[in-house]
Write a protein that binds this ligand. Structure first.
Ligand code: UDP
Ligand code: MG
Length: 264
């Protein structure tokens, strides 16, 4: 057990936009980004499940925790896990910035061919990445559909309303846009226009770049530890407003295709 005082305090990291762009994630085929905000109670099980998953034969994958300014012991738990597990990495945001920001930080840092995303609360399980992986080459995004939702009635209902309205506005044809189990081609993920709340529009934002999206049924589990960070307002009202921002962006989106390049 590592004492908290032994763990160095976070430092501000400035990165040159050109030099040092690549990092260890470039050695793997898949980087699994896991946003973490006050999830200390989930860290032990999360470490075990992720470690078991990435150890399976034939898979080249690493884990990248993004600590989104947690105020509990999540940061310490993450650092301990990364010391124990060879293929675990982490980064930390200076303050709590929201799930979209944590995801963006993870995607910016990933240089593997594919980037995966799952939540730290284990409501989806890393084993189900195996259901998505077979489609990774043919689709820019492969994502889950939570067929049996293990959430409260309020959460299920608000999610259903938000999903229906979003589908109506975005015309993305996606069943479960917020499902926290996704794999994207990293080159596609890096092109996604990011804004606070964008994590609810990921498939539609991939389709904006003419990306193909595949949905696959996955399992869903109740949250057994820690607490949900989203309430009725930030699950329902804000995302509805974001739908109009998406519609505007869709009408103005620049899809640039370079057909000739003489520079390398
Ligand atoms: N999360 C985050 N920053 C936040 C809120 C949430 O990184 O400001 C993480 C959280 O730790 C979890 C994921 O985003 O891994 C989804 O959050 P949560 O499970 O609370 O959302 P819900 O499933 O209830 O919609
Ligand atoms: Mg959750």
């Amino acid at each position: 057990m590592i004492e908290t005082q032994d763990i160095e305090k976070p430092r501000i990291v400035t990165q040159s936009p050109v030099k040092g762009r690549l990092n260890k994630t470039a050695d793997y085929e898949l980087t699994i980004v896991v946003p973490v905000y006050n999830e200390e109670a989930n860290m032990e099980a999360l470490e075990q499940r992720l470690s078991a998953f990435i150890s399976q034969p034939g898979l080249s994958a690493c884990v990248l925790f993004v600590n989104d300014g947690s105020v509990d012991q999540s940061r310490e738990r993450i650092i301990e896990a990364c010391r124990r597990q060879k293929h675990f990495y982490h980064l930390g945001l200076s303050r709590n910035s929201g799930l979209s920001a944590a995801l963006k930080a993870g995607i910016d840092t990933a240089f593997s061919t594919y980037v995966g995303y799952m939540d730290a609360d284990l409501q989806t399980t890393p084993e189900d990445f195996n259901l998505l992986l077979p489609f990774r080459e043919d689709f820019e995004m492969v994502m889950g559909i939570r067929t049996v939702r293990e959430d409260s009635l309020v959460k299920r209902t608000s999610s259903k309303i938000a999903n229906g309205f979003r589908r109506f506005i975005t015309k993305d044809g996606i069943t479960d846009t917020g499902c926290p189990l996704k794999i994207m081609k990293t080159s596609t993920a890096k092109q996604i226009p990011f804004f606070n709340g964008m994590h609810r529009f990921l498939p539609a934002l991939v389709q904006l770049q003419n990306g193909r999206v595949k949905e696959v049924p996955v399992r869903h589990f109740p949250r057994v530890a820690g607490q949900s960070k989203y309430n009725l307002r930030n699950r329902l009202v804000d995302p509805l407003i974001d739908c109009f921002a998406f519609r505007w962006m869709k009408s103005r989106y620049l899809n640039i295709e370079i057909t000739e390049k003489y520079i390398e």
